[in-house]
Design a protein around this ligand. Structure first.
Ligand code: NHW
Ligand code: EN5
Length: 382
């Protein structure tokens, strides 16, 4: 049982959902105008990510306390520039960057965020928020602070007349829309083995392994280049058209597209191919999310690229991602990570991906819809 989740407008684990739509209907009159109560030692704060010191506080909280793998060997290490990008898309609200500080010391011990997004579920585009970076300091765990953060962000989102949310988590809660798997493509097998990210299969030698994971030296799509601003209209149209074939997928304005895909050093890599009329025909993109390696003497960080949105029309998805691997290798990533959403399972075997030990569940808040297969999901959250 779930003392908190059982009180929320989400389907019960055993519910058999048939129709898509909101679970409850409320109006602004139903929304509290004052913040939720916090235990007396703590206070609500807004984190201003344009302030170097506040951004650094958030970075440190997450760097020390955010998501780890099941064996506590790796912890996500979102960089300050990544966090700024992730939290300030077009039409963001600073009130949705919520921190909890200790009153006396001002130490940041909790955080949750929302950003606006239009997400289509089946045939309806729903105005939503995407919730991310929920974090409670390790020393304050299991004291029911997370439900307070979730209720407070819900209140502040509701105040803007938005009643639905999407989020992902490694844990199972009531009730996943889809259960997805991570797959991994080794780019630096020696380091991955040294840090325990992967292991040397029996009868495999290190030199065989290195040879096996070698990537091509030349792009399969020789004309692919970095995305430029002038590509935006065409690339947005191509991506929205592609996303229309998935059951759960965002829709992007040109402005949002440029925010999310503009190449940013150490944050976002996006390449496109254009035809003779300057129309974008193919796109690959990935974001840069390293992990701290917990307690390793030799290596402190694992450099991981995470597959974002990809569209292939003049090439195959396999050749397109092969090119992404080459670029990621050049950018010195150790591993390229990818969910089994979209049509991604088409290239896993041929491109030497191996299934990981982590799941990712997709969720909607206050919206029920029948369970989806991972390949019906067309949404990537950071
Ligand atoms: S998923 C990453 C979440 N963060 C981490 O895993 C970081 C490391 N862990 C922690 O910081 C991406 C803590 O363990 C957290 C829980 C804070 C996770 N989502 O305070 P208590 C996101 O950011 C439930 C939702 O005692 P704690 C997405 C748990 O089931 N609920 O636990 C975030 C239990 O409820 P139950 C989660 O360990 C989406 C209750 O929390 C959860 O000290 C948020 C226990 O609370 C999770 N990942 O703190 C929902 N993990 O009913 C957004 C645990 O079972 C909903 N719980 O008793 C939409 C809101 C907006 C709506 C707008 C209309
Ligand atoms: C919020 N938007 O579990 C998301 N990662 O498989 C938050 N495993 O990296 C929720 N355990 O399998 C995120 N190597 C939930 C994910 C949390 C992080 C996580 C998994 C995903 C992961 C690696 C390392 C495991 C270390 C021990 C893994 C084995 C596969 C290997 C890859 C390289 C080639 C050979 C095979």
């Amino acid at each position: 049982t779930h003392a908190f989740w059982d009180t929320q407008p989400v389907p019960k684990i055993a519910d058999e959902v048939e129709q898509s739509g909101p679970i409850e209907f409320k109006t602004l009159d139903d929304v509290r105008k004052d913040p939720l109560g916090l235990p007396g030692l703590f206070e609500w704060v807004e984190i201003d990510v344009n302030s170097q010191t506040e951004l650094q506080d958030l970075y440190t909280l997450l760097n020390e306390n955010y998501v780890e793998d099941d064996d506590n060997m790796f912890r996500f290490d979102y960089s300050p520039s990544f966090l700024k990008w992730a939290l300030q898309p077009p039409h963001y609200y600073k009130e949705w960057h919520i921190g909890v500080r200790v009153k006396e010391t001002k130490k940041l011990v909790g955080f949750i965020s929302a950003i606006p997004a239009d997400v289509r579920v089946e045939d309806k585009v729903v105005k939503m928020v995407e919730i991310n970076f929920l974090c409670v300091h390790k020393k304050l765990r299991e004291k029911r602070l997370a439900p307070v953060l979730i209720k407070e962000i819900t209140r502040r989102v509701n105040l803007k007349d938005i009643w639905q949310a999407s989020y992902t988590a490694g844990v199972v809660l009531p009730r996943p829309v889809a259960v997805c798997r991570y797959w991994h493509r080794s780019l630096n097998p020696k380091k991955l083995i040294e840090v325990g990210f992967s292991s040397l299969p029996p009868k495999m030698t290190m030199s065989l392994m290195i040879k096996y994971y070698r990537v091509a030296e030349q792009l399969k799509n020789a004309t692919m280049r970095k995305l430029e601003k002038k590509d935006c209209e065409s690339a947005t149209a191509l991506l929205n058209q592609y996303l229309s074939k998935y059951r759960v997928a965002p829709t992007f304005t040109t402005e949002e597209f440029w925010h999310w895909f503009e190449p940013r050093e150490n944050v976002m890599t996006c390449y496109v191919k254009v035809d003779s009329d300057n129309k974008v025909t193919d796109i690959f993109s990935y974001y840069n999310l390293p992990s701290s390696i917990i307690g390793n003497q030799k290596h402190k960080t694992l450099k991981a690229a995470f597959s974002f949105y990809n569209v292939a029309t003049t090439t195959t998805i396999k050749e397109l991602i092969d090119d992404a691997l080459l670029v990621a290798k050049k950018e010195e990533f150790d591993v390229y990570n990818c969910l089994d959403i979209f049509e991604n399972d088409k290239f896993f075997k041929d491109l030497k991906f191996a299934v990981g030990d982590g799941n990712l569940q997709y969720y909607l808040y206050n919206y029920s819809t029948p369970l989806k297969h991972s390949s019906e999901i067309g949404l990537v959250l950071l």
